[in-house]
Design a protein around this ligand. Structure first.
Ligand SMILES: Nc1ncnc2c1ncn2[C@@H]1O[C@H](COP(=O)(O)OP(=O)(O)OP(=O)(O)O)[C@@H](O)[C@H]1O
Length: 407
């Protein structure tokens, strides 16, 4: 198996420090790559500057790759049935870059695609070099088939829901129960903390509501065209909490709705309370019911082996690999289908390493060996993605990365 490392032939871009000895040399970071053409033996990159386009040529060395790097993209792209890919892992490992590059690749291979960020700290806009904020679908320019991006604003989604349960400055469901002299029952149902849940949401709720918001989009006929949906998820901790959240919310909301029904039919006095303030409370109850239905759908979606896959993204460091192993175990426990592990930012092969690179390479090798011996991770299809020497920003750059990673 051969891979290609990019070596600048233009000495003006070679750094003056010891890294200059490395095959892995630097490209000008202040430029935005406009087009990448990688062919066997030769690669050319066109950069734009504020003054004029600049073209630089690069030799591409053929070197032995350390391991098989085939991702099984053919399998991922085949069929027109809708499929969901969720990319997750430790913060900063390259989830967004991998998710965005996968979305671009799907769109270039015949799939109308939607890429969604559910990470409260969005970086999709940065990755596509396009403003995708605003919580609506934004078309991404460049790919052959339609590609839309969506950055969910969890804060806004939560506010919308909270407003429906907080009429007249009340504090939501808990006040609603208190107001009917039923606060005691709420207290008795110790685990029923929906009021608090809305006031001080636990970590992960934002993302659950964000995904529920996505479901809202997907239920709509208007969006039925998308055959591939790629999620750029929040870092591991959020994702793990998110996985257990639909069950928790389902149970809590289910209980409160049942309780409400029981109370409503039990006494006429309470019935009249419902009657007088019917619309806002009915509205809140309807919203709760709707949220609950969506949570059930989210839970089913996470576990559907036919249509969903969670791809773990990591980097070759002991800390990242340990976290990925825990993530994999948790996903397995929750019956979430996982097949692939991307090990991103691997130093490309080089004939002459500087001291820094040699040490880094040794560390990376240790982490890669750790993956091979890890009970959780060794069974996954490992995709090795090289550390590239340009910032992955904009569709051409994502296409370039996608062609390396998704083969
Ligand atoms: N293979 C790679 N080679 C070089 N740079 C990379 C590579 N993958 C990602 N990067 C860079 O690393 C930085 C972090 O990447 P990215 O935003 O995709 O990570 P993330 O896991 O989504 O981060 P966060 O957890 O903060 O959302 C970005 O500047 C990106 O361009």
């Amino acid at each position: 198996m051969a891979t290609h490392s990019v070596v600048s032939t233009s000495t003006s871009y070679l750094p003056t420090n010891s890294m200059a000895n490395c095959a892995f040399s630097r490209a000008p970071r202040s430029f935005t790559p406009l087009a990448f053409r990688l062919a066997k033996g030769f690669c050319s990159i066109t950069f734009s500057t504020s003054r004029k386009p600049l073209r630089r040529s690069f030799q591409v060395r053929s070197v032995a790759a350390p391991a098989e790097a085939v991702s099984g993209f053919d399998d991922m792209v085949s069929g027109t049935q809708r499929k969901y890919y969720m990319l997750g892992g430790k913060g900063g490992v390259g989830k967004t870059s991998c998710a965005a590059s996968l979305a671009v690749k799907f769109a270039n291979n015949g799939h109308p695609t939607l890429v969604v960020s559910t990470d409260p700290a969005h970086s999709l806009s940065d990755s596509f070099a396009q403003d995708l904020t605003g919580g609506t679908l934004v078309p991404v320019e460049g790919p052959e088939y339609p590609l839309f991006a969506l950055e969910i604003n969890p804060e806004k989604a939560r506010e919308e829901f909270r407003n429906a349960t907080q009429k007249n400055g009340g504090t939501g469901v808990k006040d609603f129960m208190d107001g009917m002299g039923l606060g005691m029952i709420v207290e008795q149902l110790g685990e029923l903390k929906l009021g608090e849940l809305l006031d001080t949401p636990p970590p992960g709720l934002d993302e659950a509501i964000a995904i529920s918001k996505v479901m809202q989009f997907l239920e709509s006929q208007e969006y039925s065209m998308f055959t591939r949906i790629v999620f750029d998820t929040a870092p591991t901790g959020h994702t793990l909490r998110l996985l257990s959240l639909p069950d928790f919310l389902d149970a809590s909301i289910g209980k409160i709705l049942k309780l409400r029904q029981k109370i409503a039919s039990a006494t006429s006095a309470i019935k009249s309370v419902f009657g007088q303030e019917g619309s806002s409370q009915q509205d809140a109850a309807d919203k709760l019911e709707k949220l609950r239905e969506r949570m059930i759908k989210v839970r089913e979606l996470f576990r559907d082996t036919d249509s969903t896959e969670f791809v773990i993204v990591t980097i070759p460091t002991v800390m990242a690999v340990s976290e990925s192993s825990r993530l994999s175990a948790s996903l397995k426990k929750e019956n979430v289908p996982v097949k692939r592990l991307i090990v991103n930012q691997i130093l490309p092969p080089s004939a002459s390493d500087c001291k820094f690179c040699a040490m880094k390479r040794k560390d990376q090798k240790r982490a890669l060996d750790m993956i091979q011996n890890d009970l959780e991770l060794s069974s996954l299809l490992m995709i090795q993605a090289p550390l590239v020497d340009v910032e992955i920003r904009g569709v051409p750059a994502l296409q370039f990365l996608g062609d390396i990673v998704w083969k």
